[in-house]
Write a protein that binds this ligand. Structure first.
Ligand code: ATP
Ligand code: MG
Length: 348
């Protein structure tokens, strides 16, 4: 209120009038009447003049700019209503609005820059990952065309290798599609009541050959459990468990152990997958959920890994209002843990 045009004009007019009256009083033979009339006319004229100048030329113009900024802001985000109501002085309102607007824009610019870098890196990663199997298959086919096809043994071997590379390419593209879908929220989770024990046992059967090849012993704890009902998308949760158990077999030690432990709570069911393998260095733990990130690049490639598995796992669990955590000790093993919503008691 104090800084409204009216008050400013009033104060200035009072100041000018005081100075004028003081000056007039120095003129010889000046009567009190002249000083009064001079003072009043000086006060009225300077008040209206200053009021007009401030209101028309400054405040209204500033208000117009302020309104424009406000309109611009409304299109983008919520206005900080409180800050607008509190202040009447348009100059400080304008200042605050410009500050809010610019800082919000800066945030958006930073976010866009981050996304741009992320997109660039992702594209570079995808091209790199696609190049490897394509070049391999291309090499085998060209060698066959250049004459290797004449020798049936060599031809058979090269065709097998080309087919393996193309299979890898197929897996990579499929994983990429799933990852893009879960990340963009396009892949809807079809929640249903599922028996976790049944799913884990099915996956153990599915991965039996792989586990046998490495001499890995798969087990479920506690053994006595037969039925644990959770609310989850059966296909997606199987995908999560397959990747985690497969990783534990692939990256765990030979002739080692992989244990899936299930712990029931009131509303949650905790699932952990633990191996007794070489573990993951502490500094790399937060990065293993990034796309294409592999701790031991050569070992992972050798086993046909694309480095997308854990990124997919993370997104699927997020879509289940859950998250995944990992703990690992070098030469002791690695444990991945997540939780799922337990089926309501009346249903279970
Ligand atoms: N149980 C584990 N023990 C040690 N290292 C692991 C374990 N699980 C994952 N890792 C490391 O984390 C990396 C990322 O795993 P992720 O499942 O995302 O990819 P991948 O297994 O290489 O490929 P994909 O799962 O797509 O076939 C692996 O390459 C491996 O280096
Ligand atoms: Mg994996």
């Amino acid at each position: 209120m104090f800084l409204s045009p009216r008050w400013i004009a009033l104060l200035c007019a009072a100041l000018i009038t005081t100075i004028t009256v003081v000056f007039i009083s120095f003129v010889p033979q000046t009567s009190a009447d002249i000083m009064f009339v001079g003072g009043i006319s000086c006060f009225i004229s300077s008040f209206f003049f200053i009021y007009y100048v401030i209101d028309t030329l400054v405040f209204r113009e500033v208000n117009k700019i302020y309104t424009t900024i406000k309109k611009l802001k409304i299109q983008d985000f919520d206005i900080a209503k409180k800050t607008i109501i509190k202040s009447i002085n348009p100059l400080s309102k304008l200042n605050r609005e410009i500050y809010n607007y610019v800082s919000k824009k800066q945030e958006e610019i930073n976010e866009l820059k981050k996304m741009e870098t992320f997109r660039r890196e992702f594209l570079a990663d995808v091209s790199h990952e696609l190049k490897t199997p394509i070049f391999a298959a291309q090499g085998f086919v060209h060698t066959l065309m250049d004459g290797a096809i004449e020798d049936p043994d060599v031809a058979q071997r090269f065709l097998k290798k080309a087919a393996k590379s193309l299979d890898g390419l197929d897996i990579l593209v499929r994983d990429l599609v799933v990852l893009t879908q879960v990340e963009s929220g396009d892949l809807k989770m079809h929640l249903a009541l599922i028996n976790l024990i049944e799913i884990v046992n099915e996956i153990f059967e599915q991965l039996e050959t792989k586990a046998k090849k490495r001499g890995t012993k798969l087990s479920l704890k506690p053994k006595s459990l037969e039925k644990v009902l959770v609310l989850a998308d059966p296909q997606r949760i199987s995908q999560v468990l397959i990747n985690l158990i497969e990783n534990a077999i692939k990256y765990g030690k030979e002739n080692g152990k992989v244990q899936v432990a299930i712990t029931e709570e009131d509303k949650k069911v905790w699932v952990s997958i633990e191996d007794d393998g070489p573990g993951i260095p502490q500094d790399q733990l937060p990065r293993i959920f990034e796309r294409f990130y592999r701790v031991d690049k050569s070992r992972s490639r050798e086993t046909g890994g694309t480095g997308l598995g854990l990124a997919i796992v993370k997104h699927i669990l997020n879509a289940h209002d859950s998250s995944i955590s990992v703990s690992s000790k070098i030469d002791k093993g690695t444990r991945f843990t997540f939780h799922l919503a337990k089926a309501p008691k009346e249903i279970a």
